[in-house]
Design a protein around this ligand. Structure first.
Ligand SMILES: Cc1cc2nc3c(=O)[nH]c(=O)nc-3n(C[C@H](O)[C@H](O)[C@H](O)COP(=O)(O)OP(=O)(O)OC[C@H]3O[C@@H](n4cnc5c(N)ncnc54)[C@H](O)[C@@H]3O)c2cc1C
Length: 259
């Protein structure tokens, strides 16, 4: 049998877990066929198709490969063409403070996040702030507070369930208890969120949040998102350059900045 400490230690995330949930699926219309060149994904084809429709240039007079075509689109700043391609990611192992910052990005984004009013957080997971990871004294100090906060949450839920015992609807009573008790849960509480955005919106957010000025946890997550998305669609995301910053952590900068 595992010791309680070993079980507990499994609950501390030290990095985000990202899963690609959805990508575009392009269906080419028979009556407007494009002369495609080079390798591409469905999302990239969709954006090229949309761009070419503007000038009815499906014959590809300049003989451009899809990725060269989209490179030029980014260079020219024609971002609206990139808005047709949407990607959905599931983020786990991220803190409530990270998602609080993330959801500030509104244009082109959609979010669905775990509800602390409905979900029992008595066995919540937590995310160790990156600056604390690897320092035993800091980790112990942080964990002591986290553990106490979680115990307090459990006590509060129990007492609130008793206090509002007269509320007949048990689901409603639990919600009343959890929404009040969550007040003692820290920013480091782990959460899960589904994030959908179009390629243009992803680029804008990632440029801001992968930069050296961004908070460390969201910056680490943004760098991981860039790695995932640039594999998924090089034409949309490969102009991000990931580098080791002076603070010895990864950051990223973009070639085609859109103002
Ligand atoms: C390093 C960093 C530090 C930050 N620190 C703080 C902080 O201390 N406090 C704080 O409150 N926030 C902070 N933020 C969040 C920041 O203020 C923005 O809320 C966040 O970056 C999202 O930017 P946005 O509104 O441009 O994005 P989006 O909402 O995605 O908007 C994108 C663009 O669409 C247009 N747009 C969107 N909505 C409107 C609208 N309603 N009216 C007109 N134009 C619109 C604008 O051109 C906007 O730039 C910080 C962000 C970063 C990156």
């Amino acid at each position: 049998m595992q010791s309680p400490f070993a079980q507990k230690s499994l609950l501390y995330y030290t990095e985000p877990v990202l899963t690609l949930l959805a990508r575009p699926s392009f269906i080419e219309p028979d009556h407007l066929r494009v002369k495609w060149l080079g390798e591409s994904t469905d999302g990239e084809k969709l954006a090229e198709f949309a761009g070419r429709l503007c000038y009815m240039s499906q014959k590809n007079p300049a003989s451009r490969a899809t990725r060269d075509y989209l490179e030029n689109i980014k260079k020219q700043g024609h971002g609206s063409v990139l808005e047709h391609a949407n990607y959905s990611l599931l983020l786990e192992g991220v803190s409530r403070s990270l998602t609080h910052e993330l959801v500030r990005h509104r244009a082109g984004f959609a979010y669905s996040q775990l509800s602390q009013r409905y979900v029992d957080e008595s066995e919540a997971n937590f995310v160790v702030p990156p600056a604390i990871v690897g320092d035993e004294i800091l980790e112990n100090e942080w964990r002591a507070q986290i553990d106490e906060a979680q115990r307090s949450y459990v006590r509060l839920v129990e007492h609130l369930m008793e206090r509002y015992g007269w509320v007949a609807d048990k689901v409603h009573r639990r919600k009343m208890a959890r929404e009040a008790a969550r007040g003692v849960l820290p920013n480091s509480t782990e959460t899960k969120i589904v994030v959908t955005a179009n390629a243009r919106a992803w680029r804008t957010m990632l440029e801001l949040r992968a930069s050296e000025g961004a908070e460390l946890e969201i910056r680490r997550c943004a760098v991981e998102m860039i790695k995932l998305l640039s594999k998924e669609s090089p034409a949309f995301f490969s102009d991000f350059e990931i580098y080791q910053a002076d603070d010895r952590r990864e950051a990223a900068r973009i070639v085609y900045h859109k103002v």
